[in-house]
Design a protein around this ligand. Structure first.
Ligand code: GRF
Length: 203
């Protein structure tokens, strides 16, 4: 069997996307291993999920660093220590600096709960409802220096129903996130796609 891709997963919260990645690895659908799960929030539930699966975890407290750059240097150090090849943002609530993006060129992925480029940023299911779009969804994209602006790997469309609330729409989008994030990771780690300008094309 070909070597497993080494993933480093960055989290800040509940970790349901982390969970779906772990499930896909355990079911043999993703030829990868999670070398480390790093959180910037001490009691993020994602850390507990990782520990339950005997995955190495690490809490890095942003308050311990004078500058944002130093905090991210510490993250980079932990990724390097785990020989991480791909960085997976799974509900990590910070913008990634150029230093890390350059160290992992086109090897950092993020999932966003809207159809980018519509509704980047935070609170986007509420924004989609308020705007009145009939379709929303989720997007897996490469991470660049902007906020949710990198090349799109996969998207899934979720219809907005008349009686949707922020909660019900978020739940249906999340179900799709859990499906397409592992799928996108599989495409990237197995070198099945290429970047042509901003377009991600299947080889
Ligand atoms: C997801 O909705 C994801 O799209 C966004 O943050 C949320 C993380 O959820 N980036 P979880 O921690 O994976 O459950």
């Amino acid at each position: 069997m070909i070597n497993k891709a080494k993933l480093g997963v960055l989290v800040s919260g509940r970790g349901s996307n982390l969970h779906s990645i772990i499930d896909n690895i355990e079911e043999g659908k993703l030829n990868a291993e999670i070398a480390v799960v790093i959180s910037d929030v001490r009691d993020a539930y994602a850390l507990e999920r990782a520990r339950k699966h005997n995955i190495k975890t690490c809490f890095i407290n942003p308050k311990d660093f004078k500058a944002r750059g130093e905090f991210f240097d510490e993250i980079a150090k932990n990724l390097e220590d785990g020989n991480v090849e791909y960085v997976i943002l799974a509900g990590f609530m910070r913008i990634i600096p150029a230093s890390l993006i350059n160290a992992y060129k086109n090897k950092i992925l993020n999932i966003h709960p809207a159809l980018l480029p519509s509704f980047p940023g935070l609170g986007v299911q509420k924004k989609a409802l308020e705007y009145g779009v009939k379709y929303s969804g989720c997007t897996v994209h490469f991470v660049d220096e902007g906020c949710d602006t990198g090349p799109i790997v996969l998207q899934a469309v979720v219809p907005v129903l008349d009686d949707d609330t922020e909660k019900t729409l978020s739940q249906r989008i999340l179900k799709e996130e859990h499906r397409i994030y592992p799928e996108a990771i599989e495409l990237v780690i197995n070198d099945k796609i290429e970047l042509v300008g901003r377009r991600v094309i299947k080889k």
